[in-house]
Design a protein around this ligand. Structure first.
Ligand code: FAD
Length: 468
């Protein structure tokens, strides 16, 4: 009996659930990745994620070959490629890990159905999160919509069993090569260009980043909010594509937390947010395009050319608010944005510019190397106050005080906005206060006044209050 393992967001050989189960059950196991045209066709021709994926596939192929297997790479519509390949290979079963995004679920259902029609079986497994779907429910049997009780339930349930690694290497002898495995195509061969992926975010840097982070995880709770310092782990892209196992990361954090480390405890909490938003997506898929709390869809956002002008200035990092602009430059030039800044820029777009959060969500989805539907939607709806357990609508970040608080010496701002480098620290957060001699010539005046924008937003959100 032969099996096919379909890799998707789990691009590694160690501790991989579907691979493990296939190796245990089948005598020969083939591996495939599909460069899915249903996804790729919608992307700009230069996309850092495509570059990351090809790097990760190169690595996966090399590792498979070292263990007697090989990676088959297909370029086409996955929903057709998988059943076709399964037939070509004559496998009895296809193994994959759960992907709970609505479009992925529809695709997998179609694949499972096509396989069934051929008399083949489909097996899928939890791999991407620690607890998924309905594994954690409230006492009343309902899904959690509030984070803190979810987190408490998560911490209560977790133990070594859930964090244990799948010992893939022990069963690797079932890995089989195949003539169809002809190596990984280049960017050019699949019609893409170099998008400039930073070396430290490359697919083969997972271990290096993780080792580096473990040296400073004990300071995470104090360092994570300051974008100028190396506080967070920068591992999000590896969690997104599965180049590191979530179980390995959570296990490391959990053991340190149990030993009393505060930094590890706070970091584990972030990993739990990730699980939280995934189960939100599973239980409330409608919220992936509209407000989690439907009354927030009554809000009337700015529209027409004025809204487009404000949005375009935000995208380019030309709002006149240095922290917001520096953050957008970080996103545009690297594909990464610090978590504090994701909150600040999202809040600014929604509550200072009055632009629909979905526009910002879509822009992040295009630019973020770690773009993840559940987490991105969760973050945007948190900022828009329309999500589950979101920021209350009347809490509106002040972009100047956020800047003073989280980039007090302007080190982050100066890194991304060199035209402001000479401004004294106290003016850096609000350059419009500079006198004519100090004012930077090539920096935009502020798009809006925050105090006025705040009043407009409170009025805009009035439709929600009157219905509450
Ligand atoms: P660390 O601080 O080292 O955190 C470790 C890991 O925990 C992250 O890699 C991530 O997997 C997870 N995590 C941390 N915070 C969150 C969170 N709030 N929600 C869910 N998971 C979290 N994260 C994404 O992975 N993809 C997205 O598309 C995404 N979009 C966001 C949009 C907005 C508006 C906001 C406010 C947040 C978004 N986040 C997203 C969450 C968070 O900003 C990133 O996960 C984090 O900045 C990634 O950097 P890191 O790996 O260095 O994080």
């Amino acid at each position: 009996d032969h099996a096919l393992v379909w890799f998707r967001r789990d691009l590694r050989l160690d501790d991989q659930a579907a691979l493990y189960h296939a190796l245990r059950q089948a005598r020969r196991v083939f591996c495939v990745f599909v460069l899915d045209t249903a996804i790729l066709d919608a992307l700009p021709r230069a996309d850092r994620r495509v570059q990351f994926i090809l790097q990760a596939l190169q690595r996966l192929d090399a590792q498979l070959r070292a263990q007697g297997g090989a990676l088959i790479v297909r370029h086409g519509a996955a929903a057709e490629e998988i059943p076709r390949l399964a037939a070509e290979l004559g496998v009895q079963a296809v193994f994959a890990n759960h992907d709970d995004e609505p479009q992925a679920l529809a695709r997998d259902a179609a694949v499972a159905q096509a396989l069934a029609a051929q008399g083949r079986t489909w097996h899928s497994f939890k791999d991407h999160v620690i607890f998924e779907r309905s594994e954690l429910l409230t006492g009343a049997g309902k899904p959690y919509a509030v984070f803190t009780p979810y987190k408490n339930a998560w911490l209560k349930k977790v133990d070594e069993f859930y964090l244990h690694a799948y010992p893939v290497a022990r069963y690797a002898e079932a890995l089989a090569p195949h003539a169809l495995a002809q190596g990984v195509p280049s960017l050019a061969e699949i019609g893409f260009q170099d998008a400039g992926l930073a070396a430290h975010l490359a697919a083969d840097k997972a271990e290096t980043l993780f080792e580096d982070f473990l040296q400073r995880i004990d300071r995470y709770d104090r360092a994570r909010d300051f974008p100028a310092v190396k506080g967070p782990s920068y591992l999000s892209v590896h969690l997104r594509f599965g180049t590191l196992s979530i179980r390995r990361l959570a296990r490391e954090a959990w053991q340190r937390m149990t030993a009393g480390e505060r930094g590890a405890e706070v970091w584990l909490s972030e990993l739990i947010w990730r699980d939280f938003y995934h189960q939100v997506m599973h239980h409330w898929p409608h919220a992936m395009g509209s407000a989690f709390r439907p009354e927030y869809d009554k809000i009337v956002w700015e529209q027409g050319p004025e809204a487009e002008r404000l949005f375009a200035a935000w995208c380019r990092g030309e709002t006149g608010y240095p922290l917001v602009d520096a953050a957008m430059h970080q996103l545009n030039s690297t594909g990464y944005m610090h978590n504090r800044l994701r909150m600040v820029t999202a809040s600014f777009l929604i509550k200072d510019l009055g632009v629909d959060w979905r526009w910002g969500e879509r822009y992040f989805a295009e630019k973020l190397l770690d773009f993840d539907l559940a987490a991105n939607n969760g973050g945007w709806q948190w900022a828009a106050s329309s999500g589950c357990d979101a920021q209350p609508y009347f809490r509106i970040f002040n972009p100047v005080s956020q800047s003073e608080k989280f980039d007090p010496e302007g080190r982050f701002i100066r890194r991304y906005l060199p035209q402001l480098a000479e401004l004294p620290d106290k003016l850096l957060h609000a350059p419009w206060l500079a006198g004519p001699l100090e004012a930077p010539a090539d920096y935009a005046p502020p798009l809006v006044r925050h105090d006025e924008a705040r009043q407009r937003t409170l009025a805009r959100y009035g439709v929600v209050k009157s219905r509450a």
